[in-house]
Design a protein around this ligand. Structure first.
Ligand code: URA
Length: 209
C-alpha cells in the first residue's frame, strides 16, 4: 500500500471510529487534512462545533486566526498538515478526558508516521502533553525541542490567544520563528551533537548559538 492509500484508510477508520463514547455525540469525526508532503504538522486539541459540522479541522474562528499565524510564518494552510489530539468533539467543548486521549492516540501516531513532518507544532496544552508530559506551556512555548529525532515546537492554542491580548503577541512571535527553524532543519541532521539534555530529560535543540 502507498502512503497515500494508508492515509486514506486511516481517514475511513477515523470516520467510522467507535473507540470511545464521543462517537455517540459527534456529527462528523475530523481526521485531519493536508498534503502528504507537508513539512509542518500542526496538532490542535479537538474539533469544536464548526469542525464537527464540517468534518474539517480549524474551520471556525480559531481556524481564521491560525491562517493569519501561518502567514506570519510564511506558510499557507494548503502546505501544512492540520489535525487534532482528539478526532471527535467533546460535548460542550469540554476538556478531553485521559481515556479519550488514549483511545485516539494510535490515530495521531499513524498520522505522524505517514506524514513524517520535519516540524510538529503543538497547539495548546493537551497537544503539548503528548510530547512533554510534565511541562507547562508558559515555560516552554516557542522553544523547539528534539523528540526522537523530530523537532517539536509547543505553542499556545490560537483560541486562547484570540481571547487574551497578551498571548496574541506571544503566539505571533512564536510563529515568526518557524521560517528560520525550517531552514535550519532542512540544512542539518538533527541527530548531530547540537543537542543538550535538559533537566526534565527532554532533549533541547540549541539552534541559535
Ligand atoms: N480547536 C482545535 O483544537 N481544533 C480544531 O480543529 C478547532 C479548534
Amino acid at each position: 500500500m502507498t502512503v497515500g492509500q494508508e492515509l486514506e484508510q486511516l481517514r475511513s477508520e477515523v470516520q467510522g471510529c467507535l473507540r470511545c463514547t464521543l462517537a455517540q455525540t459527534r456529527t462528523h469525526a475530523v481526521p485531519g487534512e493536508g498534503p502528504l508532503s507537508a513539512e509542518v504538522m500542526l496538532i490542535g486539541e479537538a474539533p469544536g462545533v464548526n469542525e464537527d459540522r464540517q468534518g474539517l479541522p480549524f474551520v471556525g474562528q480559531a481556524g481564521s486566526f491560525l491562517e493569519e499565524l501561518l502567514a506570519e510564518a510564511k506558510l499557507t494552510r494548503e502546505e501544512v498538515y492540520i489535525c487534532n489530539v482528539l478526532k471527535c468533539r467533546p460535548p460542550g467543548n469540554r476538556d478531553p478526558l485521559p481515556s479519550e486521549i488514549e483511545a485516539c492516540s494510535d490515530y495521531l501516531s499513524a498520522q505522524i508516521r505517514l506524514i513524517d513532518p520535519r516540524i510538529i507544532v503543538t497547539l495548546g496544552r493537551f497537544s503539548m502533553s503528548r510530547f512533554f508530559a510534565k511541562q507547562t506551556i508558559s515555560r516552554i512555548h516557542g522553544q523547539p525541542r528534539d523528540v526522537n529525532g523530530r523537532i517539536v515546537v509547543p505553542m499556545y492554542h490560537p483560541a486562547a490567544a484570540l481571547h487574551q491580548r497578551r498571548l496574541r503577541g506571544v503566539i505571533i512571535d512564536d510563529f515568526r520563528t518557524l521560517p528560520d527553524l525550517l531552514e535550519h532543519v532542512g540544512a542539518t541532521d538533527v541527530d548531530e551533537p547540537k543537542l543538550s539534555t535538559e533537566a526534565s530529560g527532554v532533549q533541547q535543540m540549541k539552534l541559535f548559538e
